[in-house]
Design a protein around this ligand. Structure first.
Ligand code: FES
Length: 134
C-alpha cells in the first residue's frame, strides 16, 4: 500500500494508520491532546484544573468535577467571583456582566465568563475588614 492509498484510508476512516496498521487513536483525540492547556490553581479549594484556550474557567472546573460556587453562569449573579493572584485572566463581555471597572482593576473576575491566557492562580475574594465608626 503506497502513501496515497494510506492517505485515502486515513481520510475515509479518520483513524491514524502507519504501514497499513490501523491504530485505535482517533485524529480528534490526538488534536485535543496537542491543544495546550493552561493550569489554573484554585487556592480556596486546593485544586488545579486544566483550562483550554477560549474555554471559560467555570466550564473547565465543572468538566473536571471541581465544586465551586456558581449560579447563573452568565455574569449576573456574582456568585463565582474570584480574585486573580497571578496570571492573565480575561473577563469576557465585561460590559454585559455585573462587575465594575473598580473590581476589574482589583483583579477580580467572574469566572463563569472569564478565560485565561497564561497559567494562573485564583483565590476567593478577600474582603476588606469592616470599619466601625464610633
Ligand atoms: S455564576 Fe453568576 S456571575 Fe458567574
Amino acid at each position: 500500500m503506497d502513501l496515497k492509498q494510506q492517505k485515502c484510508i486515513f481520510q475515509r476512516n479518520n483513524f491514524l494508520s502507519i504501514k497499513g496498521e490501523k491504530l485505535s487513536i482517533k485524529i480528534e483525540e490526538i488534536e485535543a491532546s496537542i491543544v495546550a492547556n493552561f493550569l489554573v490553581t484554585l487556592l480556596h479549594v486546593n485544586q488545579t484544573i486544566k483550562v483550554q484556550p477560549n474555554e471559560l474557567i467555570l466550564d473547565a472546573a465543572i468538566r473536571q468535577g471541581v465544586n465551586l460556587f456558581y449560579s447563573c453562569r452568565g455574569g449576573t449573579c456574582r456568585t463565582c467571583m474570584l480574585e486573580v493572584v497571578e496570571g492573565e485572566v480575561v473577563q469576557q463581555d465585561a460590559d454585559g456582566c455585573m462587575i465594575s471597572e473598580q473590581e476589574l482593576t482589583m483583579n477580580r473576575r467572574l469566572i463563569c465568563m472569564s478565560t485565561v491566557q497564561s497559567h494562573a492562580i485564583l483565590d476567593k475574594v478577600k474582603r476588606l475588614p469592616s470599619v466601625t465608626v464610633e
